[in-house]
Structure formats: structure tokens, C-alpha cells
Design a protein around this ligand. Sequence first.
Ligand SMILES: [Zn+2]
Length: 575
Amino acid sequence: MAYLVFARKYRPQQFDDVIGQAHITRSLANAVTTGRLAHAILFSGPRGTGKTTVARILAKCVNCHNGPTDKPCNQCPSCREITTSSAADVFEIDGASNNKVENVRELRETAKYKPSSSPYKIFIIDEVHMLSDAAFNALLKTLEEPPAHVLFFFATTEPNKIPVTILSRCQRYDFRRVAIDDITGHMAEICRQEQMQISQNALAVIAREADGSIRDGLSLLDQIVTCSSEKVSDEQVVEMLGVIDRQVLFDAADALFSGNAAALVGICDALYRQGRHLLRFYSELIVHFRNLLLIKMGGAEKSLTDVPEHEKKQMAKQVEHVSEPYLSQIVNTLFSDEWRIRQSVSPRHALEMTFFKLLQIRPAMSMDTLIEKLDQLRQEMGGPLPVNAVPEAASEPRNPEPAALPENQDPGPGPVPEPETAPEPEPEPDGPETASTPEDPADGYETNEALWAALKNHIAAQKPSLAACMGESQLREINGRHLVIDIKSSGSNIELLDRKKNITRMEQLCSEFLEKNVRVELNISREANHSEKRKQEAKTLREEALNHPLVDAAVKTFNGKIVDIKILPAGGSTQ
Ligand SMILES: [Zn+2]
């Protein structure tokens, strides 16, 4: 006996045996048992999903000698003849080769006469969309006034090519692509009956290749069985189908997540040496990361019909410790590099470059973590600054709005005296002349310098914004309860400092520290070479902002870019 291909040998003979189309078989069974079957039915859907199989079962249902029934006996002459395509009253017509108007006229002639031995004359027209316009017109006349003993079952992969006039006279059933797990399960059952040993993984590889078509899956299984012994290894399947081993995709993702460049280069090399299609690998890699992202997002797993259950579990484990934004960045990069790889004369090296690019993506923080960090940052800014955190940069606000960035930036050298930053105070032309300490470096100067450093730290700790406004300040003189402070700062800072409220606050802080009530007098000098310094500081601030890890993380998280950097003033709260 000639070898019977699996698709025929295991063709479903009952609605219950049809794989993955329960939504259709259920309602058809119902229509048969309640006597509400339409006289024209259209089955549409992808190839190899069971359209003509269902049409035949339906033909048996209505013509079975024990029917009408939703469970044809498959024993009576009518059922048996339908199974072998030899029933006198069931006409299977290929629409592609019988698409002319004459063919339809012939069909109409036949339809006129009553069935010979069954309740119905049934015309199953496959690929009905191939009929010519004239043929459709001729068919329409019969559909408008169908003889009571005639049923039409149409099947098509392209329902959009069927005239609306025909569509509107048909009851329509849309077949779905069959899920990988359904195809795998069906093939596993066949392998069991055929006493073939093949792993679940290998079956999943075949099922994936079938792309939702049971028939294609079974054809591939035929191909593999005819070429191997009863035990089929995973490698054989991958080799024979010329597909990418699924494990390679998981390996590539693992290598990427762990930052293992060598492993990624190794994967490119192995694929190349095995003669695998690199562009195909790349497409599958995109799909793999897209699936990982969907799994990470949660709730979308069910829509992954082309991923077998065991792989979903493997994926969930793989993304346990990576964030959603990070995965999203990877998918985006893979998509944006696709064209480059396709165009490259050396896809292998282009692929390596993309891997290197992916390795440079730093795992972004999740939104929750980011918000947490921003909160933390805000708290730090709201609270007292560390004693040496009065920033140089903060002395250059542009307007008196509340401070944001500068106080948390580089703490700068701070007020602690250093040899090169502890010169004598510059003489102030318009400041009050007093018996000042600089004349006595051996004694008072040292003392004032140290005292001022401590005082300034105290101010910075209690009122950071005030300290930030003070710029380069020096204690010029302390005379009993009278403190004279030299302030060298910029316009808006000076305006802020010179307010009564702020001087009072400074007096309070100094009094607190010195444990006696003191009066503060500010000896103000506006900075020379003002704009040059401001430019320099603004530049430094911009660089710091650009290189700040939090900014970097935010840019990556939101997949954004830096359009502008605005420098906010420090010390706004001193108003
Ligand atoms: Zn029967």
C-alpha cells in the first residue's frame, strides 16, 4: 500500500477531532441539530487550517443515513463515500481550475436535479475567490433562489476577493491560525500512534515552522519521518528544517543580559559556520525580545499563540531580573538596526555591531525605581546640606526662582580654606574702613579664617540656600558683637542677601553659633569679569547635568533626548 501522508491518514472525521477551531465546529454542530443550517456557507481563513475538512464533515452531518446529526456515523455508505471523495451527491470543485462561467452554468444544470440517494446535493467549492466575475454573476442567480435540496460550502483564503453580493448571501465562518501548542499536541498524538520518538522541543520547532497551519505541520513531520529512523533527535530536526535552534535565541538574550560580549560574538560565529541564515536569525531575535517584553509587561502572555507553554515559562524566568524599559530599548534598537543589517555586505559583522550597541544600553531603572530615586533626591535637597556642600556653581543664579539642580551638583571645593583659595580679602573701595585682621596674619587672620569656615558650615547646614548666595565670602572683622562680612558675589545673589529678612536670619544663625547676640554687616562687592565666569560655570553645570547618571537613566527610560538644559537658580527660598 502506498504511503499515506499524515494529513490524509489523520484527517478529522468528526467535529470533535478538528484542531483549534472549536468556535466554528460548535456553532455548526448546533446549526445541524437545530435545523438552522444556511444554504450557503463560507469558510475563510489561512491555508491548512481545516476549511475543506470541516466542509466534508458538515456534508456528512447532513447526508449521513443516520442524520441529520452533529456526529456522523462514518459507517453508512454516504459517510464512507464522502470520506473517499466518491459520493454521488457531494461535488468537490476546485475554484481555481473551474473558474469560468461555463463551469458555473454546468454546476447550475446539475443543481436542478434532486440528489440521487441523499437528502442534499452539496457543492464544496475550494478557493472560490478564483472564480471570474462572470462566473460569480452566474453563481449569484443560484444563490438568490436556491433549490431546497442544494447546499453550497465555499472555502477561501482570500474572502476580500469575493464580491459583496455573494458574501451577503453566505453564512460566514472565519478559521484561525492554529496555536503552536495545539499543533504540537496533535503531532505528539500522531507520533505516539506511529511509535516515533521525538521530543516536545523538536515538535515545537516543527509547529513553529508550520505557522498556524496544521497541514503544513504534518507535511514537515512527514518529511522528517521519511528521512530518519523512529528516534528523531532535536539536532536532526533543526538541521533538516534549516531553522534556527530556539535555544540560540535564549542563549543570545542571556549573554546580552549578563553583558557577555564574547558569548555574543561566539553565537554570530557559530551561526555563520553552520550556514544559518543570519537575517532570519535576526528576525527571530526581534520576535524573541518582543515576546520577552510582552511577558515582562504581564497579562499579554495569552496573546503569544506562537509560543509554546514551556518556552513561555523559560521566557518568564529569563526576564525575571531585567526591567521593562530596558527590554523596550533592546527591541527598539533591534528594529532600528534591521535595515542596516539587511543592507550590509557583511551581515555577520553588522550583527556583531548591533550586539555591541545593545551591550552599551545600560539596564534602565524601572519607573518605580526612578520615582523613588527622584523622591530621595528631593528629600536630600530639602534637608540640610552636608557641611562642605556649598557649591561654587550655586553662586550664579540667573533669576530668583526656587533652586532645583545646583545645590545637589558637585559640592565643589566648599568653604574649607585651602592654601590657594585663602588669600587675603580684597580691599573694598566702598566698604567701611575698619581695623581689620589681615594686617595680623600670625594671629587674627588664622582665627577669623577658621571661625568663618565653621560659621559658614553652620549657615550651610541650617539654611543651605542662604549659604549658597554668599559666594566667596570672608569674615573681615569681628569686633565684640559686630561682624563685618565681605561678600563677593553676583547681582541677584547680592540682592537676595541684602534683604532685611535674610540679614536677620544670618544674624540669628551667627548668634546661635557664637552663643551671643551679634549684628551682621555685609561689605558687598560685585564680581568683576562677571559674564566670563558665569559662562564657564554654566558650561560646567551643563556638563555635569549631561553626565549625571540620573539624567542618563531618565533619557534612556523615556527613550528621549536632551533638547535643552536650563540652569535654575540656587537660594530662591531666601526671598
Ligand atoms: Zn453516516
